[in-house]
Design a protein around this ligand. Sequence first.
Ligand SMILES: C[S@@+](CC[C@H](N)C(=O)[O-])C[C@H]1O[C@@H](n2cnc3c(N)ncnc32)[C@H](O)[C@@H]1O
Length: 266
Amino acid sequence: MSKDLVQQQFGANAAAYATSAVHAKGASLARLVELVQPKGDWTALDIATGAGHTALAFAPHVASVIASDLTPEMLVESAKLATTKGYTNMTTALADAERLPFPDASFDLVMSRIAPHHFPDIAAFLSESRRVLKPGGTFALVDNVAPDENTTPGFATSDLAAADKAYNGFEKKRDPSHGRALTTAEWTRAIGDAGLKLTHTEHAPKAMDFATWCKTMKVPQDTVAELRTVLTGASGALAAFLKPTVKGDAIGFTLDELIAIAKKPG
Ligand SMILES: C[S@@+](CC[C@H](N)C(=O)[O-])C[C@H]1O[C@@H](n2cnc3c(N)ncnc32)[C@H](O)[C@@H]1O
């Protein structure tokens, strides 16, 4: 069911992701390339590629990259973008992150950016990522995280748990295909449990424009009003995490991306 919702939501809004500034130009894109240090003879896999921005950021640095996604319309967008940018070493593949249609030890680099919060089974996604990586290969993750003591220090555990629930509810109201944004602590544990060795983590806050964020998913007006109330009425740990700002008609807030790099033991 949740995967049908993903295909509905992203199928209907695929073109908006091709031009979305957060996805096309977000700071985590260049930072990911810098941290991963891709090599010219590498084969890479981008899981849940959306409009292909992450696959295409790596295309000039690797031998080949597969842009994979569950939503066929997204693969059409990513192929269009590859043609526009003139990259011939990117191919597309229809693939569920939790059941990758690739043989064991196929890739030097497996990555996924701003997407795993849609996956119902993070352990299956990580286990599949590890399986298709070559020994010594690199796993690279960027995803929006929920508040915990890493992002929002100085609050009681119960306040942070309530803010985590409220933040994930806020995301799900805007996009019913949102599953759950994990906390940094949950990601750290899950990556280790999957047998990947974490080598680096950092956080990248990103400034969001509320109106654009709603428009990208064509959120109905009554839901926009409800989301605005959640944001402007936020207090405690939720307000400290989302940092809402109101300037005239413009409402802004902040999301926090976790960037994590790990290795498959060689
Ligand atoms: C926000 S977009 C991805 C953004 C993109 N990675 C980037 O860096 O611009 C989220 C994508 O996740 C895909 N997706 C969600 N669940 C998936 C799953 N189980 N397997 C593969 N792709 C999935 C959606 O189809 C959508 O294209």
